[in-house]
Design a protein around this ligand. Structure first.
Ligand SMILES: C[S@@+](CC[C@H](N)C(=O)[O-])C[C@H]1O[C@@H](n2cnc3c(N)ncnc32)[C@H](O)[C@@H]1O
Length: 171
Protein backbone atom coordinates (compact mmCIF):
# COMPACT_ATOMS: atom_id res chain seq x y z
CA UNK A 1 0.00 0.00 0.00
CA UNK A 2 1.38 3.41 -1.00
CA UNK A 3 2.16 5.46 2.14
CA UNK A 4 -0.38 8.16 2.95
CA UNK A 5 2.22 10.94 2.68
CA UNK A 6 3.11 9.92 -0.89
CA UNK A 7 -0.55 10.15 -1.92
CA UNK A 8 -1.00 13.47 -0.11
CA UNK A 9 2.05 14.90 -1.87
CA UNK A 10 0.84 13.60 -5.26
CA UNK A 11 -2.56 15.23 -4.80
CA UNK A 12 -1.14 18.44 -3.31
CA UNK A 13 1.15 18.91 -6.32
CA UNK A 14 -1.11 17.71 -9.12
CA UNK A 15 -4.65 18.51 -8.00
CA UNK A 16 -4.51 22.11 -9.35
CA UNK A 17 -3.52 20.73 -12.78
CA UNK A 18 -6.29 18.12 -12.61
CA UNK A 19 -8.81 20.83 -11.79
CA UNK A 20 -7.64 22.84 -14.80
CA UNK A 21 -7.94 19.74 -16.96
CA UNK A 22 -11.48 19.15 -15.66
CA UNK A 23 -12.41 22.77 -16.43
CA UNK A 24 -11.07 22.31 -19.97
CA UNK A 25 -13.24 19.21 -20.42
CA UNK A 26 -16.30 21.04 -19.12
CA UNK A 27 -15.67 23.81 -21.67
CA UNK A 28 -14.73 21.50 -24.57
CA UNK A 29 -16.40 18.19 -23.80
CA UNK A 30 -15.25 14.88 -25.28
CA UNK A 31 -18.77 13.58 -25.50
CA UNK A 32 -20.64 12.02 -28.39
CA UNK A 33 -23.78 13.91 -29.34
CA UNK A 34 -25.42 10.90 -30.99
CA UNK A 35 -24.77 8.08 -28.52
CA UNK A 36 -24.91 7.18 -24.85
CA UNK A 37 -22.26 8.88 -22.77
CA UNK A 38 -21.26 6.46 -20.03
CA UNK A 39 -18.87 7.55 -17.30
CA UNK A 40 -16.80 5.29 -15.03
CA UNK A 41 -15.24 7.07 -12.03
CA UNK A 42 -12.07 5.57 -10.48
CA UNK A 43 -11.36 2.51 -12.68
CA UNK A 44 -7.94 1.91 -11.12
CA UNK A 45 -5.51 -0.51 -12.66
CA UNK A 46 -7.70 -3.40 -13.81
CA UNK A 47 -11.29 -2.22 -14.12
CA UNK A 48 -11.01 0.02 -17.21
CA UNK A 49 -14.30 -0.24 -19.11
CA UNK A 50 -14.21 -0.15 -22.90
CA UNK A 51 -16.88 2.10 -24.36
CA UNK A 52 -17.01 4.17 -21.17
CA UNK A 53 -15.22 7.42 -20.32
CA UNK A 54 -12.91 6.33 -17.51
CA UNK A 55 -11.92 9.11 -15.09
CA UNK A 56 -9.14 8.76 -12.53
CA UNK A 57 -6.47 10.85 -10.78
CA UNK A 58 -3.77 8.22 -10.75
CA UNK A 59 -1.51 8.32 -13.81
CA UNK A 60 0.78 5.61 -12.43
CA UNK A 61 -1.61 2.76 -11.67
CA UNK A 62 -4.44 3.62 -14.06
CA UNK A 63 -4.77 4.90 -17.63
CA UNK A 64 -7.69 7.31 -17.47
CA UNK A 65 -9.42 8.75 -20.52
CA UNK A 66 -9.82 11.91 -18.46
CA UNK A 67 -7.39 12.87 -15.71
CA UNK A 68 -9.31 14.54 -12.89
CA UNK A 69 -9.48 14.86 -9.12
CA UNK A 70 -12.93 13.57 -8.21
CA UNK A 71 -12.99 15.53 -4.96
CA UNK A 72 -13.81 18.54 -7.11
CA UNK A 73 -16.14 19.43 -9.99
CA UNK A 74 -16.52 16.61 -12.49
CA UNK A 75 -15.10 17.12 -16.00
CA UNK A 76 -18.49 17.21 -17.75
CA UNK A 77 -20.97 19.96 -18.59
CA UNK A 78 -24.44 20.07 -17.04
CA UNK A 79 -26.97 17.51 -18.35
CA UNK A 80 -24.49 15.72 -20.59
CA UNK A 81 -23.95 12.19 -19.22
CA UNK A 82 -26.36 9.24 -19.48
CA UNK A 83 -24.94 6.99 -16.76
CA UNK A 84 -22.30 7.22 -14.04
CA UNK A 85 -20.75 4.20 -12.33
CA UNK A 86 -18.15 3.87 -9.61
CA UNK A 87 -16.95 0.94 -7.53
CA UNK A 88 -14.79 1.28 -4.43
CA UNK A 89 -13.99 4.88 -5.22
CA UNK A 90 -16.27 7.10 -3.16
CA UNK A 91 -14.86 5.90 0.16
CA UNK A 92 -11.77 7.92 -0.80
CA UNK A 93 -13.72 11.19 -1.09
CA UNK A 94 -14.16 13.59 1.83
CA UNK A 95 -17.48 15.15 0.78
CA UNK A 96 -20.17 12.80 -0.54
CA UNK A 97 -22.85 15.47 -0.59
CA UNK A 98 -20.78 17.55 -3.03
CA UNK A 99 -19.89 14.48 -5.11
CA UNK A 100 -23.52 13.34 -5.49
CA UNK A 101 -24.58 16.88 -6.40
CA UNK A 102 -21.86 16.89 -9.05
CA UNK A 103 -22.98 13.56 -10.50
CA UNK A 104 -26.57 14.83 -10.56
CA UNK A 105 -25.48 18.07 -12.28
CA UNK A 106 -23.79 16.12 -15.07
CA UNK A 107 -26.64 13.63 -15.65
CA UNK A 108 -29.21 14.07 -18.38
CA UNK A 109 -32.79 13.92 -17.10
CA UNK A 110 -33.61 10.25 -16.54
CA UNK A 111 -29.92 9.28 -16.38
CA UNK A 112 -28.67 6.78 -13.83
CA UNK A 113 -26.05 6.56 -11.11
CA UNK A 114 -24.69 3.31 -9.66
CA UNK A 115 -22.22 3.45 -6.80
CA UNK A 116 -20.65 0.56 -4.88
CA UNK A 117 -18.28 0.58 -1.94
CA UNK A 118 -17.67 -0.77 1.56
CA UNK A 119 -20.98 -1.37 3.34
CA UNK A 120 -20.78 0.08 6.84
CA UNK A 121 -24.10 -1.39 8.02
CA UNK A 122 -23.07 -4.93 7.10
CA UNK A 123 -19.72 -4.47 8.85
CA UNK A 124 -21.40 -3.21 12.03
CA UNK A 125 -23.85 -6.12 11.94
CA UNK A 126 -21.01 -8.65 11.51
CA UNK A 127 -19.06 -6.97 14.32
CA UNK A 128 -22.05 -7.07 16.69
CA UNK A 129 -22.62 -10.75 15.88
CA UNK A 130 -18.93 -11.52 16.45
CA UNK A 131 -18.44 -12.89 12.93
CA UNK A 132 -14.68 -12.87 13.05
CA UNK A 133 -14.25 -14.46 9.63
CA UNK A 134 -16.41 -11.77 7.94
CA UNK A 135 -13.43 -9.41 8.14
CA UNK A 136 -10.17 -9.72 6.26
CA UNK A 137 -6.78 -9.08 7.77
CA UNK A 138 -5.80 -6.16 5.54
CA UNK A 139 -4.16 -3.64 5.41
CA UNK A 140 -2.85 -4.22 8.95
CA UNK A 141 -2.50 -7.60 10.64
CA UNK A 142 -4.96 -7.48 13.56
CA UNK A 143 -6.00 -10.44 15.67
CA UNK A 144 -8.99 -8.93 17.51
CA UNK A 145 -12.34 -8.48 15.77
CA UNK A 146 -12.30 -4.81 16.84
CA UNK A 147 -8.97 -4.32 15.09
CA UNK A 148 -10.20 -6.10 11.99
CA UNK A 149 -13.37 -3.99 12.05
CA UNK A 150 -11.18 -0.88 12.19
CA UNK A 151 -9.25 -2.21 9.17
CA UNK A 152 -12.51 -2.46 7.24
CA UNK A 153 -13.93 0.92 8.23
CA UNK A 154 -10.84 3.10 8.08
CA UNK A 155 -8.36 1.11 5.96
CA UNK A 156 -5.35 2.76 7.58
CA UNK A 157 -6.82 6.24 7.14
CA UNK A 158 -7.56 5.72 3.43
CA UNK A 159 -11.34 5.61 3.79
CA UNK A 160 -13.08 8.87 4.53
CA UNK A 161 -16.64 7.63 3.93
CA UNK A 162 -18.59 4.40 3.98
CA UNK A 163 -21.92 3.34 2.55
CA UNK A 164 -24.93 2.91 4.77
CA UNK A 165 -28.70 2.69 4.35
CA UNK A 166 -28.49 6.46 4.68
CA UNK A 167 -25.15 7.62 3.29
CA UNK A 168 -22.82 8.49 6.14
CA UNK A 169 -19.67 10.60 6.22
CA UNK A 170 -17.30 9.62 8.99
CA UNK A 171 -14.71 12.37 8.75
C1 LIG B 1 -9.57 1.12 -4.64
S1 LIG B 1 -9.38 1.68 -6.28
C2 LIG B 1 -10.82 0.94 -7.04
C3 LIG B 1 -10.56 0.56 -8.44
C4 LIG B 1 -11.71 -0.14 -9.15
N1 LIG B 1 -12.86 0.72 -9.29
C5 LIG B 1 -12.10 -1.42 -8.47
O1 LIG B 1 -13.26 -1.58 -8.09
O2 LIG B 1 -11.22 -2.28 -8.32
C6 LIG B 1 -9.86 3.40 -6.14
C7 LIG B 1 -9.64 4.19 -7.42
O3 LIG B 1 -10.21 5.50 -7.23
C8 LIG B 1 -9.25 6.46 -7.62
N2 LIG B 1 -9.43 7.67 -6.80
C9 LIG B 1 -9.44 7.75 -5.45
N3 LIG B 1 -9.57 9.03 -5.07
C10 LIG B 1 -9.65 9.76 -6.21
C11 LIG B 1 -9.76 11.13 -6.49
N4 LIG B 1 -9.83 12.05 -5.50
N5 LIG B 1 -9.81 11.53 -7.76
C12 LIG B 1 -9.74 10.63 -8.78
N6 LIG B 1 -9.60 9.32 -8.60
C13 LIG B 1 -9.55 8.88 -7.32
C14 LIG B 1 -7.89 5.82 -7.36
O4 LIG B 1 -6.88 6.44 -8.13
C15 LIG B 1 -8.16 4.39 -7.75
O5 LIG B 1 -7.94 4.17 -9.10
Amino acid sequence: MVPRWVKSTYYALLSPLMRLNAARHRAIPRLASDSNNLVHLGPGQEKYLDGWINVDANLISSKPDIWADLRFKLPFPDNSVDAIYSHHMIEHLPNLDFHFREMYRCLVPGGSIRVGGPHGDNAIQAMLEGQDDWFGNWPTHRSSIGGRFENFIFCKGEYLTHLSISLTTIS
